[in-house]
Design a protein around this ligand. Structure first.
Ligand code: HEM
Length: 290
């Protein structure tokens, strides 16, 4: 993909973009992949690097090759393509903002909380700010940096972004939505009783393994399933399982399993923080209601 000409997000365009995105997401039912796309754009952030865009983060760089071809981003080109109808139609909003706006709308449209989102992100102009492979978490051993287990791995990855244990547990709850596919991440089954017939999304993906029975509904069932593990047709990665085994994570995981309102409140804050990692604003951030 060629380097983008400079875009700036104009407030007056945003309401129209929101309307189009909401209709598009609703129609395609591609909520999960859009949330994952925004997270993988933002989650490349390295707080130890100071310069924008070389510090990574929510700067739209995931749309560029080679970042989009990182193993962790398998399947996400489909997410970028899904948003092409919006990014082509509106030149007054950056890719970085479109990705984060689409994700926040997807969470809300699936029944989740309103994310206190701000817009005005600058776009990385080209692929040169690509972060090294391995900045995003792996779901199972072998752990890429030689960590002894999933808890150390999660902390190594998320602490580098400036996140804490509570935020790790809250953000993991996004797996209430979506599926893992053997031909993408290597996790999950080809299909399960929850994914073989639908509800299906319109990006052509079928099957896979979901973390929850209703994988297009945003609720706290992810925690309940990760805790109980009674159903072999539901996915529990090592990084999901550890949330109930690690002393630092467990109090939050138990709380979110028992109290959906507490999960929604903490999730919204952590998601908003994630959406601003590494961001440079042009000129100032402005709030948007999603
Ligand atoms: C905690 C560490 C995490 C690990 C190890 C992890 C791992 C994974 C894996 C292996 C997949 C399957 C990808 C595929 O096969 O297509 C996946 C999917 C997904 N992840 Fe995560 N993830 C993590 C955190 C997050 C966070 C923080 C978010 C969002 C805030 C998120 C949102 C999603 C969503 C929505 C999907 C479903 C995508 C789809 O159905 O297309 N994940 N994740």
């Amino acid at each position: 993909m060629a380097a983008a000409t400079e875009r700036r997000t104009k407030k007056e365009t945003v309401e129209k973009v929101k309307e189009d995105l909401t209709a598009h997401i609703h129609e395609t039912r591609c909520h999960p992949i859009l949330i994952r796309l925004a997270w993988h754009d933002a989650g490349s952030y390295d707080k130890n690097k100071t310069e924008w865009p070389w510090r990574g983060g929510a700067n739209g760089s995931v749309r560029f090759y080679p970042e989009i071809s990182h193993a962790a981003n398998a399947g996400l080109e489909g997410g970028v393509n899904l948003l092409k109808c919006i990014s082509d139609k509106y030149e007054d909003i950056t890719y970085a903002d479109i990705f984060q706006l689409a994700s926040a709308i997807a969470v809300k449209d699936a029944g989740g909380p309103s994310i206190p989102l701000r817009l005005g992100r600058k776009d990385a102009p080209g692929p040169e700010s690509e972060q090294p492979e391995g900045n995003l978490p792996a779901g199972g051993a072998p752990w890429p940096n030689g960590e002894p287990g999933p808890g150390d791995h999660l902390r190594k990855i998320f602490y580098r972004m400036g996140m804490n244990d509570q935020e790790i547990v809250a953000l993991s709850g996004a797996h209430t939505l979506g599926r893992a596919f053997p031909n993408r991440s290597g996790f999950g089954k080809d299909s399960t009783k929850y994914t073989k017939d639908g509800p299906g999304t319109k990006d052509g993906t079928k099957g896979g393994s979901s973390w929850t029975p209703e994988w297009l509904k945003f609720d706290n069932s992810y925690y309940k399933n990760a805790k109980e593990q009674h159903d072999s047709d539901l996915l529990v990665l090592e990084t999901d399982d550890v949330l109930f085994r690690d002393d630092g994570f467990r109090p939050y995981a138990e709380k979110y399993a028992a109290d959906q309102d507490a999960f929604f409140a903490d999730y919204a804050k952590a998601h908003a923080k994630l959406s601003e990692l590494g961001v440079d604003w042009n000129p100032e951030p402005f709030p948007v209601t999603v």
